[in-house]
Design a protein around this ligand. Structure first.
Ligand code: GLU
Length: 434
């Protein structure tokens, strides 16, 4: 049955790993449900004098390995089911790369593009007012996610510190540098993914030159990945945002695409002011607009979904031509699609490995906050690289050992680690106070 429930998909992934680990039912059952699901309605006074309520969630999935950790998403499509899946994936992601953190996630059902800066600030402060008793550096640590950013983290930190009456920079990550953010955090998700791709390319004895890449999503993860890969000599041939995308057989300079977006233009318009040159357009040549669906099916070497869940499904998986899929988004591929892709020999580098760079530098940010001593970018980068390279090697090793795909290998490692921590705690315990 085709499932568009991200949480059902997440549980299907869990079950595959559980089977290989011969996990007992009691433990599996514990892993199938979050520790806590918090919901609230946040009243936000709007600029026009009226008040609107927004539905908000914080899901605390598992904290056996450390404080709950995970971003807050502002998106009109947010549901409880989605936030549960994202919180579960955070648990697995932190464990897959060996961070001493659990997993959580937050979300607000809102289209932030429709709010003014003031309304957005009031919503963000309202979120913290609703949940602050459950947050904190040793309890649950939010971060940015889809359509949230360092400014929103700053408002949330400020609100939290007012409520608890002390400085607590480690209660949130992805902050501005001036409030205790980490160098390298803004590009960390993309950078981590690039380190992983480079490791995979080395295994396959391929070089970036002549390797074509299509990227779905031009937010923090997608745009930074495009720039980093371009610098390394990969040929970016397609990029898109929520409005649509553009394909250029001759290659796209992502800095130009970014400039167009920053100027309020559209990536996907088949017109002047896109990444196509006038000459390419006039000759009906190698540059054209593509939809987000078309982008996924382009004949490229590497496909990078960097937007939302459920993009590669049973409906389009057999038309995907890329040999490598690097999941910078969370949950872009459904289990049904995985099956089709695995049969075809497509290498899917799973989200819990490919996009773990973001939370890894979030962890570094917390470490620096706790020390109140800050690292240079030259100190952050090799630390991130080591974690990603080691995690890739471990996942690649588990793939060979268990003769499974990369996702199942990553889940086997992650589930093993979470379960070990649960057992060490004597996890039949009642969790008092946490
Ligand atoms: N939202 C990012 C993710 O999905 C980062 C989470 C974090 O830094 O806590 O991995």
């Amino acid at each position: 049955m085709v499932s568009f429930s991200p949480f059902a998909n997440a549980l299907a992934q869990l079950k595959r790993a559980a089977k290989i680990l011969a996990l007992d039912n009691l433990t599996l059952n514990k892993l199938q449900t979050p520790e806590r699901v918090l919901t609230a309605k946040i009243p936000v006074p709007l600029d026009n004098g009226t008040t609107r309520e927004f539905v908000a969630y914080r899901v605390q999935y598992n904290d056996a390995r450390g404080p709950f950790k995970g971003g807050i998403r502002y998106h009109p499509g947010v549901t409880e089911d989605e936030v549960k899946a994202l919180a579960f994936w955070m648990t697995m992601k932190c464990a897959a790369v060996g961070l001493p953190l659990g997993g959580g996630k937050g979300g607000v059902v809102v289209n932030p593009k429709e709010l003014s800066a003031g309304e957005l600030e009031r919503l963000s402060r309202g979120y913290v007012q609703a949940f602050y008793q459950h947050l904190g550096p040793t309890k649950d640590v939010p971060a940015p996610d889809v359509y949230t950013n360092s400014q929103i983290m700053a408002w949330m930190l400020d609100e939290y510190e007012h409520l608890v009456g002390e400085h607590a920079p480690g209660m949130i990550t992805g902050k501005p540098l001036s409030l205790g953010g980490s160098l390298g955090r803004a590009t960390a998700t993309a950078q981590g993914g690039v380190y992983i791709l480079q490791e995979l390319m080395a295994k396959l004895e391929r070089s970036p030159k002549n390797t074509t890449v299509a990227i779905q999503g031009f937010g923090n993860a997608g745009a930074n990945a495009a720039k980093l890969l371009h610098q390394l000599g990969y040929k970016i041939v397609a990029v898109s945002d929520s409005q649509g995308g553009v394909y250029n057989e001759d290659g796209i300079d992502p800095r130009k695409a970014e400039a167009i977006k920053q100027a309020g233009g559209m990536l996907g318009c088949y017109c002047l002011g896109t990444v196509c040159t006038l000459e390419q357009i006039k000759t009906d040549g190698p540059c054209r607009a593509v939809s987000n669906e078309e982008l996924l099916e382009l004949a490229v070497d590497v496909l990078i979904p960097a937007a939302l869940e459920n993009q590669i499904t049973a409906a389009n998986a057999d038309r995907i031509k890329a040999k490598i899929i690097l999941e910078l988004a969370n949950g872009p591929t459904t289990p049904e699609a995985d099956e089709i892709l695995n049969k075809k020999g497509t290498l899917v580098v799973p989200d819990i490995l490919a996009n773990a760079g973001g939370v890894t530098v979030s962890y570094f940010e917390q470490v620096q906050n706790a020390m109140n001593y800050y690292w240079s970018e030259e100190e952050v980068s090799p630390k991130l690289k080591k974690i990603m390279v080691d995690a890739f090697a471990a996942v690649w090793g588990a793939k060979g050992k268990h003769q499974v795909d990369l996702r199942t290998a990553a889940f086997v490692l992650a589930v093993e680690r979470v379960v070990e921590a649960m057992r060490e705690r004597g996890e039949s315990n009642t969790k008092k106070g946490r």
